[in-house]
Design a protein around this ligand. Structure first.
Ligand code: NDP
Length: 246
C-alpha cells in the first residue's frame, strides 16, 4: 500500500480486536481503537502498534454511546486522518436460557454488539460517502447464523449485525464502499475462557478441524476483506470457524 490509511477497530484491547488492530498495523494502517475498561490491555495493544512503526490513537469508549463514539471518531480523524476502514468488533456475552434471562442481560448484549455496530458505522458513514471510499467489516458469530442454546440475546444481536451489514452494503456500494461480515466459531480468547470443560470438549468435537481458532485466524480474514484483494467482495459473510457450522 503506498498511502497510509487509517483504520478503526472497536474492542481493540484484547482478543480478536487486538489481533486485528495489530494485523492492520502490519498491513500499513495507522490504527484508532477503543476499549471499555481494560486500560492495561489497551496500552499493550497500542505499544505493539507503535513498535510496528504505525501511529495509534486509543481511548476508553462505550460503543453503545453514539455521542461518545462520534467524539472518538473525530479525535481519530484529527490525529490519524480520514478513516478508511472500520472493524466493528466490540462484543460481550451474557449466556443464560431465555426462560430465566434477566432483561438487563438482553439489553446489555444487544446494546454492545448491535447498537455498538450501528454507532461506529453511523459515525463514519457520512465521511466515507463524501470521500467515495471506505471499507466496513463487522464481527458477528456463527451463533448469528445457526443459533446457539443459551445465547438468544447474543444470537439475536449477531444475526442483526448480518442483516445490518448486508443492508449497508446495498446502500453504500455505489459510493465505492464495501461492507462485509466475518463470523467466527470458537476462538481462544477471554470470551470463551469461561466455558465449562464439557462444553469445550463438545465444541471441539463439533469442529471439523478438531481445534479452536486463534484471534489471529480472524484477524487474517479481516485483513483480507480490508485489502484491495477483496475489491469485488461485498455483502458477504465469511465464516472463520474451522468447519463448526457444516
Ligand atoms: P474479548 O472478550 O476477548 O474482547 C472483547 C473486546 O471488546 C475487549 O477489547 C473489550 O474491552 C471490548 N468491549 C466490550 N464491551 C465494550 C463496550 N461496551 N465498549 C467498547 N468496547 C467494549 O472478546 P473476543 O475477542 O473473543 O470477541 C471479539 C468479537 O468477536 C466479539 O464481537 C465477539 O462476539 C466475537 N466472537 C468471538 C468468538 C470467540 O469464540 N471468541 C466467537 C464468535 C464471535 P475491555 O478489554 O476494555 O473489556
Amino acid at each position: 500500500m503506498n498511502d497510509t490509511r487509517c483504520a478503526i477497530v472497536t474492542g481493540g484491547s484484547r482478543g480478536i480486536g487486538r489481533a486485528t488492530a495489530i494485523r492492520l498495523a502490519q498491513d500499513g494502517f495507522d490504527v484508532g481503537f477503543c476499549y471499555h475498561r481494560d486500560e492495561v490491555a489497551a496500552k499493550q495493544t497500542a505499544e505493539a502498534i507503535t513498535e510496528l512503526g504505525r501511529r495509534v490513537c486509543y481511548q476508553a469508549v462505550d460503543v453503545a454511546d453514539l455521542a461518545a463514539v462520534r467524539e472518538f471518531t473525530e479525535r481519530v480523524e484529527r490525529e490519524l486522518g480520514p478513516v478508511h476502514t472500520v472493524v466493528a468488533n466490540a462484543g460481550i456475552t451474557r449466556d443464560t436460557p431465555l426462560a430465566i434471562m434477566a432483561e438487563q442481560d438482553w439489553q446489555d448484549v444487544l446494546r454492545t454488539n448491535l447498537d455498538g455496530t450501528f454507532t461506529i458505522c453511523r459515525a463514519v458513514a457520512f465521511g466515507m460517502i463524501r470521500r467515495r471510499a471506505g471499507n466496513i467489516i463487522t464481527v458477528s458469530s456463527v451463533a448469528g447464523i445457526s443459533g446457539n442454546a443459551g445465547q438468544t440475546n447474543y444470537a439475536a444481536a449477531k444475526a442483526g449485525m448480518i442483516g445490518f451489514t448486508a443492508s449497508l452494503a446495498k446502500e453504500v456500494g455505489r459510493y465505492g464502499i464495501r461492507a462485509n461480515v466475518v463470523a467466527p466459531g470458537f476462538i481462544e480468547s477471554d470470551m470463551i475462557a469461561v466455558l465449562r470443560d464439557s462444553v469445550r470438549d463438545k465444541a471441539v468435537a463439533d469442529t471439523a478441524l478438531g481445534h479452536f481458532g486463534r484471534p489471529e485466524d480472524v484477524a487474517d480474514a479481516v485483513s483480507f476483506l480490508a485489502s484491495d484483494r477483496a475489491r469485488y467482495i461485498t455483502a458477504t459473510v465469511l465464516r472463520v470457524d474451522g468447519g463448526l457450522s457444516i
